[in-house]
Write a protein that binds this ligand. Structure first.
Ligand SMILES: Nc1nc2c(c(=O)[nH]1)N[C@H]1C(S)=C(S)[C@@H](COP(=O)(O)O)O[C@H]1N2
Ligand SMILES: [Mo]
Length: 356
């Protein structure tokens, strides 16, 4: 006897744009806490680079004592570490801003998690030495193209201040979930920057340059900047650390349920410290109860899963909300910090359901 057809349906990426390729993770249908490469969200500014050469070298130059070219073999010989972490696009949930903003209309799935293995950037910079006046480390990707705001061709390049570049968990990764990094996620080498939004984690590293000034590339000073005002560029701030956040995975927004006990499930994460509390409201924010955190985190950079058992005994429409708090006492605000380019959305998560 053949199985019913619906049993073969599996989650798949959700397309936001085809060129460049931007797809989000079906986060509501993810269970477990490591995302398979084929369900890992994809965020690109340009076409994928064609890296045909198996003869790959990583140059580190600029304000260093000894400029060096590292071979893959040399990099593989340096003691490695494996770090499980959240990568979240700073545009995650952009589509939820009110008033709406321009840019990819991400819903809740520009986020994924898994194990990245590589060598600390710090270990490579110890081998080249850093000159006294050094200020930032610029990491350039192999992908390039024109932006909408200029006729010039740019590569995707970003800088880190020295202290973040030298953080022991900032790594040059060569494996994801125990496999070479997939082509679309940065093969052969990708920067992985824990705690920061994922624009910092430059894919397809072409070269690393230590500079004595502040990097002025457009992906540093035009994009990935919070612009609090619609009409002017006053009071801007660079986008860096991930905000405390949570997402309801189950039930689905606008789901219809029967009366009885239901589990509300989801994830919560933060860039600073750890999640210490997740609260759930089933009455639109009037009252809150603690959810149960179901997985004990081993690393510092992972999301946690939580669950809340809800006795839904009366028929009606309900607004369910969740609010996470981290160990630095940061908590999700009731309304998001609106900014013109729509970064860092983290207000309480909210869905509506009906009990009938
Ligand atoms: N070289 C390069 N690195 C990049 C990008 C890019 O377009 N080119 N996009 C950045 C952004 S904005 C995000 S959110 C993440 C997305 O990584 P992913 O496609 O592996 O999910 O990569 C970052 N690193
Ligand atoms: Mo991003």
């Amino acid at each position: 006897m053949s199985k019913p057809l619906h049993s073969s349906v599996k989650p798949s990426l959700i397309v936001r744009s085809l060129q460049p390729e931007n797809q989000e993770t079906p986060i509501q249908f993810i269970n477990g806490d490591t995302i398979d490469p084929n369900l890992f969200y994809r965020r690109n500014h340009f076409s994928y680079p064609l890296l045909t050469s198996s003869n790959y070298w990583l140059p580190i130059n600029g304000s260093v004592e000894i400029p060096r070219l590292f071979s893959m073999q040399e990099i593989l010989n340096i003691p490695s570490k494996m770090i499980k972490l959240v990568l979240e696009c700073s545009g995650d949930k952009r589509g939820l801003f009110e008033p709406k903003v321009f840019g990819e209309q991400w819903q809740k799935g520009a986020i994924s998690q898994g194990y990245w293995k590589g060598v600390p950037l710090r270990a490579l910079l110890e081998l080249t030495g850093i000159k006294k006046g050094a200020k930032e480390v610029v990491v350039e990707g192999f992908d390039y193209g024109k932006r909408t705001d200029s006729d010039q061709v740019y590569s995707f390049s970003r800088s880190l201040p020295l202290d973040k570049a030298l953080h022991p968990d900032t790594i040059i990764a060569y494996e994801y979930n125990n496999q070479p990094i997939p082509l679309k996620h940065g093969f052969p080498l990708r920067l992985i920057v824990p705690q920061w939004y994922a624009m910092a984690s430059v894919k397809w590293i072409k070269q690393i340059r230590v500079i004595e000034s502040e990097f002025q590339g457009p992906f540093q000073v035009i994009d990935y900047v919070y612009y609090p005002n619609r009409e002017n560029n006053i009071d801007t701030l660079p986008v860096t650390t991930i905000n405390v956040n949570s997402t309801i995975q189950k039930p689905l927004d606008r789901e219809v349920l029967t009366t009885g006990f239901h589990f509300i499930n989801g994830i919560a994460w933060t860039g600073n410290g750890v999640i210490i509390k997740v609260e759930v409201s089933t009455d639109g924010g009037k009252s809150w109860s603690d959810a149960k955190i179901t997985n004990q985190k081993k690393g510092n950079y992972e999301w946690i899963s939580w669950t809340f058992e809800w006795p839904a005994l009366e028929k009606g429409e309900y607004t369910i909300m969740t609010k996470a708090t981290d160990s630095f006492n940061r908590t999700q605000p009731a309304s998001p910090f609106w900014n013109r380019k729509g970064y860092g959305y983290n207000s309480v998560d909210k869905i509506k359901i009906k009990i009938e």
